[in-house]
Design a protein around this ligand. Structure first.
Ligand code: GDP
Ligand code: IMO
Ligand code: MG
Length: 429
C-alpha cells in the first residue's frame, strides 16, 4: 500500500489534474480533499479533453473509487452538470462516492461572493460557504436527505442570510419552501453517490490499497500559509489531505508538489516575479492560442504570468514537506534564449535580502522585489518528449537546478498536456 498526496506548490493551475490522472492508473482510491467548484482541472487523453471541478481526475479510469471528501464544498447544480457532461463524454461514474459531510454552497453564498468579493474570487460562493461552515451555519450534503432536518437547519440560518442579502447587499431574499423543494430534489439525485468514505478509506488501508489524494488550488492560495488575504478559504497544502478526507498523517507515505516551471496567478494579490502583461516573455509564457493557453478553466480569465519563483517554491517545500516534485510545462520554455528564475527578494522597505521567506502574507510579499538569475534557454522543441535522455542538456540542467534549489528530487517532468508527454524519474507507487 502506498498513500500519496498531490498538491499545488504555487497559485493553482500547476497541472495537478494531469499528474493525478497520470498516477491514477496505479491507485485504487483517488480522493479530492478540499475546495469546490473554484477548481478547474484539465486532463488531455487520446479520448479527448476532460474538465473537472470537483470530481477527482482519476475518474477516467474504470474500477477506481473516486471520492469527493468531507473537506470539500459542493454547489449541487454545478456538480450535477459536471456529472452529466462527463456521462455525455462516455465516462463511467460508478466509482464516484461523495461524503455527506461536505458543505453545500447555497444560492446566497454565490450572491454574497459576487456582491462582496475583495480578492478577485472565482464567484463560486466558496468563501461564504466555508465562512458559514466555521460559523456553524452550514448545511451539509446529508442534511438534504430529510425534509425535517433541512427545514430545521434553514429555520436557524435563513432569516439571518435573508437579512444580510436584503439589508447589506440590496439583494432578494429566499423562501424556505422554495429552497426545500429544490434541495430535497438535489438530495435525491446524490443519494446513490453518498458513501461512508471514512470507513472506505479505513478499509482501503487495511486491504493495502493505493490511495491518491488530489489537492485543488495551491500553497499560496492556502488560507493559513498563502498570500493572505488573497487566498481561497480552504487548506490546499498537503496537510489538508488528512483533515479533508478523514485519515491521520501516519498513513501518508509521499507528498508530491506540482510546480509549473514558471509562475501563474488568477485573481488579485501580490506576485513578485510577475511579467508585464503584454511583454514578449509574458505572451510566450501564456501560449495564447494553444489548448493549454494560460486562461482560467473555471472563469475564463487570463492568468497573470511570471518567471519561476524559487523563494516561494522553497517556502512551499517547507510547509508541505514535499518528498518529490512534478515539474510541468517544461515545453513552454522551448523558444526562450534566456530563462529567469527568481532566486531571492529584496525587501524594499528594510533593504534586507530574503532567500528563506518566513511567511507569504501579502503584506510581506508586496514589499518584495525579485532578484533574478538568468540561464541559457535550450531554444529547441521538447514538446511531448518522453525520455530524460531525449531532453537537451540545457533543459536537463534547468530541471536539475530546480531540484537542487528546492533540495527535493524531481520525480516527474511533464512536457505536454497528454499522458504520454511525461518523463518518470522515479516510481511513485
Ligand atoms: P490544475 O488546476 O493544477 O489541474 O491545472 P489546470 O488543468 O487548470 O491547468 C494546467 C493546464 O496545462 C491544462 O490545460 C493542462 O492540460 C496543461 N498542461 C499540463 N501539463 C502540461 C505540460 O507539461 N505542457 C503543456 N503544454 N501543457 C500542460
Ligand atoms: P485549481 O484547483 C487558480 C483563486 C481565485 C482567487 C482566489 C480566491 O484549478 O488550481 P475563491 O473563488 O477560491 O474564493 O477565489 O483563489 N483560485 C484559483 N486560482 N486555480 C484554482 O484552482 C483556483 N481556485 C481559486 O482566482 O484569486
Ligand atoms: Mg486549474
Amino acid at each position: 500500500m502506498v498513500c500519496v498526496v498531490i498538491s499545488g506548490g504555487q497559485w493553482g493551475d500547476e497541472g495537478k489534474a494531469k499528474i493525478t490522472d497520470l498516477l491514477s492508473d496505479k491507485a485504487d482510491f483517488i480522493v479530492r480533499y478540499q475546495g469546490g467548484a473554484n477548481a478547474g482541472h484539465t486532463v488531455s487523453t487520446k479520448e479527448g479533453l476532460f474538465k473537472f471541478h470537483l470530481i477527482p481526475s482519476g475518474i477516467l479510469f474504470d474500477n477506481k473509487t473516486c471520492i469527493i471528501g468531507p473537506g470539500t464544498v459542493i454547489e449541487p447544480g454545478f456538480l450535477i452538470n459536471e456529472i452529466e457532461n462527463l456521462k455525455k463524454q462516455g465516462i463511467n461514474l460508478q466509482g464516484l462516492k461523495i461524503s455527506g459531510l461536505a458543505h453545500i454552497t447555497m444560492p446566497w453564498h454565490i450572491d454574497i461572493d459576487k456582491a462582496a468579493d475583495t480578492v478577485g474570487s472565482t464567484g463560486k460562493g466558496i468563501g461564504p460557504t466555508y465562512t458559514d461552515k466555521a460559523k456553524r451555519h452550514g448545511i451539509q450534503l446529508h442534511d438534504l436527505l430529510s425534509e425535517k432536518t433541512l427545514r430545521e437547519k434553514l429555520q436557524r440560518v435563513l432569516p439571518k442570510q435573508n437579512q444580510a442579502l436584503q439589508k447589506i447587499h440590496n439583494l432578494n431574499a429566499y423562501s424556505e419552501d422554495e429552497i426545500v423543494e429544490k434541495y430535497l430534489k438535489y438530495g435525491e439525485f446524490f443519494k446513490p453517490y453518498l458513501g461512508d468514505v471514512i470507513n472506505d478509506l479505513y478499509k482501503a488501508r487495511k486491504d493495502e490499497k493505493n490511495i491518491l489524494f488530489e489537492g485543488a488550488q495551491g500553497t499560496l492560495l492556502d488560507i493559513t500559509f498563502g498570500s493572505y488575504p488573497y487566498v481561497t478559504s480552504s487548506t490546499p497544502v498537503s496537510g489538508g489531505a488528512c483533515v479533508g478526507s478523514g485519515v491521520g498523517p501516519t498513513i501518508i507515505d509521499k507528498s508530491i508538489g506540482v510546480f509549473k516551471c514558471f509562475s501563474t496567478r488568477v485573481g488579485d494579490g501580490p506576485f513578485p516575479s510577475e511579467l508585464a502583461y503584454d511583454s514578449q516573455e509574458a505572451i510566450k509564457l501564456r501560449q495564447d492560442g494553444t489548448q493549454w493557453a494560460e486562461f482560467g478553466t473555471t472563469t475564463g480569465r487570463m492568468r497573470r504570468v511570471g518567471w519561476f519563483d524559487a523563494v516561494l517554491a522553497k517556502y512551499a517545500v517547507r510547509v508541505n514537506s514535499f518528498t518529490g516534485i512534478a515539474l510541468t510545462k517544461l515545453d513552454t520554455l522551448d523558444s526562450f534564449d534566456e530563462i529567469n528564475i527568481c532566486i531571492a527578494y529584496l525587501n524594499k522597505e528594510t533593504g534586507e535580502m530574503i532567500q528563506e521567506l518566513p511567511y507569504a502574507s501579502s503584506s510581506l510579499l508586496s514589499q518584495c522585489e525579485p532578484v533574478f538569475q538568468s540561464f541559457p534557454g535550450w531554444n529547441e522543441l521538447i514538446h511531448g518528449s518522453k525520455s530524460w535522455d531525449s531532453l537537451p542538456s540545457k533543459a536537463q540542467k534547468y530541471v536539475e537546478l530546480i531540484s537542487r534549489t528546492l533540495e527535493t528530487p524531481v520525480n516527474i517532468v511533464s512536457t505536454g498536456p497528454d499522458r504520454e508527454h511525461s518523463i518518470f524519474l522515479d516510481d511513485i507507487f
